[in-house]
Design a protein around this ligand. Sequence first.
Ligand code: SPV
Ligand code: MG
Length: 438
Amino acid sequence: MGTKEKLVYVPMAVDMVHPGHLNIIRVAKKYGKVMVGLFTDEAIAAYKRLPFMTYEQRKEVIENVKGVDTVVPQTTHDYEPNLRKYRPDYMVHGTDWKEGPLAHVRERSIDVMAEWHGKVIEPEYTPGISSSAAHALIKELGTTPQLRMQRLRRLLAVKKFVRVMEAHSGLSALVVENTFVADSNKQRKEFDAFWLSSLTESTMKGKPDIELVDTSSRLETVNEIFEITTKPMIYDGDTGGHIEHFVYTVRSLERLGVSAIIIEDKCGLKMNSMFGTEIKQQQATTEEFCEKIRKGKKAQVTEDFMIIARIESLIFNKGTDDAVDRASKYIEAGADGIMIHSKATTPSEILEFCSHYQRLKKRVPLVVVPTSYSQVHEKELIAAGVNVVIYANHLIRAAYPAMVNVAKSILSNGSAFNATRDYCIPMKDFLEILPHKC
Ligand code: SPV
Ligand code: MG
């Protein structure tokens, strides 16, 4: 007549299993049957980077770790619902939650557990092994085309809002990959993906944005960026070109691990949308553009790749009704996302489109590019139902005036002293930008 084995609850994220996890599980096992509360992608993405492995992959790994008996989903950062549901006798958590943003979660867990005389065990946190360190290691190891491609769909599935920043070179991509800030809740905020802008890539090469930089050259830039980063990419496909060419582009991008292409509903010689109606441009008919979407969807070999249809009706002053009508037809044709563009200096026409769009029965993720209406806040976009924001050109627009200032300073002063002092990163910091590895 043995006593019933005690239940021990252990919340974990487990993107990369490290000795810190094993230590926690070893301790937990001493108290009874180990139930891991595995954070879902959604729960993790709410406060930090989306894990490299999916929930299912992480589950498979942790289930097979010695000492683990069961794995259940931990869907938020609040442990209370799972604690109440399973009423464990013990909960085990590393000491790292004693201070900082998790301190109140700890107090609540201790109170809730006390209701049924459950105890919270806190083994010493293994210093030097953190999930951020594991992330750094994974970054160093790199990623695969398939994993990278899938990340955009995964992000869209678990995050309310995906933030994308342009990159036009390896260096600018490193800025997008590595820059982060802490928000007011001390949570890490960073860009989720790259936008390979036709405008900034053309500008980088000193050429006009008229589909002049050919696909082979653009794919080289994709490779250059992918060699040194892990985040997913949305590729600016301009008009997509001839349908016969577009189907090849789709496959080339898939092969490299690009997550999505955005094609705009223009035909003839494409010019940048910010010119609006100042110059002669032509919008494609709904029928021909739907055909391009259909053929592209048919050409792709993976389930993961996305074709996003960009609507230029507002650029052509054709109004919201035309834009919404096109959106529903493009979705019918198979578009995996809709991008609505505007060159207005306020967000009002975009927000008007968004409110109409929300009434469509069949919807896909909605993308906006606040270049001319940059005053719009992300909170307004989220409230309007926008899923993806693309900051389409800002890194290169900031770099250009800085370069001109330096050139002028050296010319005026006949020396680089002032330019070095006023505008340049110190040489020792500059050398630190790139990894010292071959
Ligand atoms: C780009 O970044 O190249 C775009 C967005 O297509 S826009 O420049 O506004 O047309
Ligand atoms: Mg473009």
